[in-house]
Design a protein around this ligand. Structure first.
Ligand code: UFG
Length: 377
């Protein structure tokens, strides 16, 4: 079956967003709706809340029964539920976020991670193909670079072994999606490698809502600032970095969300047609309707590194709170520094991050301080 064309106006396109109730997913749905796309969220709510979907409607100003946004509760492992979605809605493209994402948990539950993330994606791809939908943007991660050889990381940097099953699933799914294109050149795949997404929508209505004690730095710092946790644990101050703490490329989740919209435009042939693609992309083969087929790989980051202490201090400034911290030993599996070269996304997607660390912390604080218990409050 031939692929669905994305060379249309957003109002005439419907995007299936798996994991669309989650942190990055919900922010992406806002940006899609604001650009005029129709959206179907498919989410099993295993690590997200239906309140996020209500809040998305509130931000965009649409009623619960507005056909521009539909929420379907379901797991990507449930073939019948996915078939129902493709039968009911005229899906043109997919942004695929759904997946388990906790690094530490993945070490303890490898089968659950491989089953859900790999198995679920295979079901999704098979059903999508059955309905002639071969446009997919995949939520990948800078984790696929493993222990990097040099900074900043370009998309040409070699992939290294991931140190945990979560990272493996991202790497393996990149390979699977690439092989799908090799076997059938109608597939149109974009792999977005995220650096460290933080922040929240400026409305303060949606944000990150981790279950239990957060694993990641930002939600942890935010919970210390709001008084839910006593102090930040800084994992190592003896790295070869300016202040000895780990350096990461933090990116505002709204910037990241906009990168997905840019990826859809690019797939639809609306952007970057005159730009030569480098060797890590197979993409760029124009189709008769002006869309592309291929595999585009893009880093989404800011290109700037910030240390753990930079983050703590920026959050103190944003929140007006003192944030106590204690230095602890290095965390297993962590690297000293990780930041992106973002030239390719800028040149080909016409996308670049706009917001700085202060803005990320300000928005994160607005969300955390007005929703101290996340969506449960
Ligand atoms: N850190 C602390 N204390 C904490 C948590 C983190 O000092 O309580 C430090 C870490 O050592 C690291 C930095 O803060 O230097 C960022 O750690 P995060 O856990 O927030 O993020 P990571 O860079 O380890 O992981 C992120 C994503 C993963 C992804 C990985 C690889 O969360 O999904 O980037 O790019 F796989």
């Amino acid at each position: 079956m031939t692929n669905r064309s994305l060379a249309k106006d957003p109002q005439d396109l419907t995007v299936l967003v798996t994991g669309g109730a989650g942190f990055i997913g919900s922010h992406t749905v806002v940006e899609l709706l604001e650009r005029g796309f129709n959206v179907v969220i498919f989410d099993d709510l295993s690590n997200s809340s239906p309140v996020a979907v209500d809040r998305v409607r509130q931000i965009v100003g649409i009623a619960a029964d507005d056909p521009r946004l539909t929420f379907v509760e379901g797991s990507i492992l449930d073939r019948a539920a996915l078939e129902q979605v493709f039968t009911t809605f005229p899906i043109d493209g997919i942004i695929h976020f759904a997946g388990f994402k906790a690094v530490g948990e993945s070490v303890e539950k490898p089968l659950e991670y491989y089953w859900n993330n790999i198995g679920g994606t295979l079901v999704l791809l098979d059903v999508a193909r059955q309905y002639g939908v071969k446009n997919i943007v995949f939520s990948s991660s800078a984790t696929v670079y493993g222990e990097p050889d040099e900074m900043p990381l370009t998309e040409n940097a070699p992939k290294h072994d991931a140190t945990n099953p979560y990272g493996q699933t991202k790497s393996m799914l990149e390979q699977i999606l690439t092989d799908m294109w090799v076997g059938d050149n109608e597939w149109n795949v974009v792999l977005l490698r995220y650096f460290n997404p933080i922040g929240a929508h400026e409305s303060g209505l949606i944000g990150e809502d981790p279950k239990g004690i957060p694993n990641n730095l930002l939600p942890y710092v935010a919970q210390v600032a709001v008084g839910k946790l006593p102090q930040v644990r800084v994992f190592g101050d003896d790295y070869p970095t300016p202040d000895g703490t780990g350096v990461r490329d933090y990116i505002h989740v709204v910037d990241l969300a906009r990168g997905h919209v840019a990826a859809l435009d690019w797939m639809g042939g609306k952007l970057g047609t005159d730009v030569a693609l480098d060797r890590c992309s197979h993409a760029g083969t124009p189709m008769t309707d002006g869309t592309r087929s291929g595999v585009g790989v893009f880093n989404l980051g800011t290109g700037r590194g910030s240390s753990v202490l930079d983050v703590v201090h920026a959050f103190e400034k944003a929140s007006g709170q003192t944030i106590p911290y204690v230095i602890e030993p290095r965390r297993a599996g962590d690297i000293a520094e990780n930041y992106a070269a973002c030239d390719k996304a800028r040149a080909e997607l016409g996308w670049q991050a706009e917001y700085d660390l202060d803005r990320m912390c300000t928005d994160s604080w607005r969300w955390q301080s007005t929703n101290p218990n996340g969506y449960a409050s």
